[in-house]
Ligand binder design. Structure first.
Ligand SMILES: [Ca+2]
Ligand SMILES: [Ca+2]
Length: 302
């Protein structure tokens, strides 16, 4: 907790030092930077077309299946000069093994002036709480030649995670949808981005909603697409997915939670006609393709 408090204090100091601080509510500037997660496929996790992760607990190799996740900032105009990102896992998700990009890749993603760089990363594994602070770099007005805004030095932000961490579940986890969520509410317990739309203006922005999408982890006790859990992915699974979609209010006794999770093969968050079609198309091509269901879907869905 000590590190987290230090991170909060650092940003408070940065904000109060800013010469011309404007709150986002008072500004008509419409720039909206945010954060997002991307999960990496691994032995126990598949990554669905939507970016959701999928875990089949019956086939997990580890007692604590572990998902490697990267956190990124969306900053298309490259105006951001500092931020605090905070997130936690839903019940059953343990966050751990937090690293900076320098730990992993040997470089920092934003490199205007490493001299001032003192990022802090804190992980409270008990509470499943992570806080990452890239301190405001725009607080040195006596050095106008310096470029204080972060500079993305790559072609796209996906090349540059600002933090890397693990999210693990128990192999015995109940089927359901788990998640990792950025903090949007509460003073001192929320995400915060400081950016500079013009030479004289600094904006303290709190990203919410679509600007900080959660990462979802779909957990089932059967393989993706095996809606009825008989060990195969075939036409009956497609039919069952379509039935569940058409009878959304009465399907619970026909398709259980694990089946509904397995049926959301594109990871949209729902089982619908698209999932039924994809399962059927995969089944029809099964004899002639070596692709997994996930890879097959990636080849035919935009
Ligand atoms: Ca089946
Ligand atoms: Ca779906």
């Amino acid at each position: 907790m000590k590190k987290i408090s230090a991170a909060i204090l650092a940003v408070s100091l940065a904000v109060s030092s800013a010469a011309a601080l404007t709150s986002s509510a008072e500004s008509d500037d419409s720039y909206s930077p945010g954060f997002y997660f991307k999960a990496q496929p691994s032995e126990d996790f598949q990554i669905l077309h939507s970016g959701r992760a999928y875990l089949d607990t019956s086939n997990a190799k580890s007692d604590n299946p572990t998902l490697n996740v990267n956190a990124y900032i969306t900053d298309e105009k490259e105006l951001v000069g500092g931020f605090v990102a905070k997130w936690s896992g839903s019940e059953g998700v343990t966050l751990d093994n937090l690293k900076s990009p320098k730990d992993v890749y040997g470089v920092l993603p934003y490199t205007p002036d490493e001299e001032y760089y003192d990022i802090s990363l804190a992980c409270d594994t008990e509470k499943g709480f992570i806080s990452v602070n890239y301190p405001n770099m725009m607080i040195f007005p006596d050095q106008p030649d310096k470029k204080y805004a972060f500079a993305l030095t790559g072609e796209k932000s996906d090349d540059y995670p600002f933090a890397i961490f693990d999210a693990s579940l128990e192999k015995s986890a109940d089927p359901g949808v788990y998640s990792i969520n950025f903090h949007a509410n509460g003073s001192g317990d929320r995400c915060n981005i400081i950016y500079k739309p013009s030479a004289k203006e600094i904006i303290d922005f709190v990203p919410t909603g679509d600007l900080i999408p959660s990462l979802y982890i779909n957990v089932s006790d059967r393989a993706l697409g095996d809606v009825n859990g008989d060990g195969d992915v075939d036409g009956s699974d497609s039919a069952l997915a379509l039935y569940a979609y058409a009878h959304a209010n009465v399907a619970d006794d026909v398709v259980d939670e694990a089946g509904m999770i397995a049926g959301d093969v594109d990871g949209s968050g729902d089982v619908d006609g698209s999932d039924a079609s994809l399962i059927l198309a995969y089944y029809a091509n099964k004899a002639t393709t070596e692709l997994s269901l996930v890879d097959f879907i990636d080849t035919i869905v935009e």
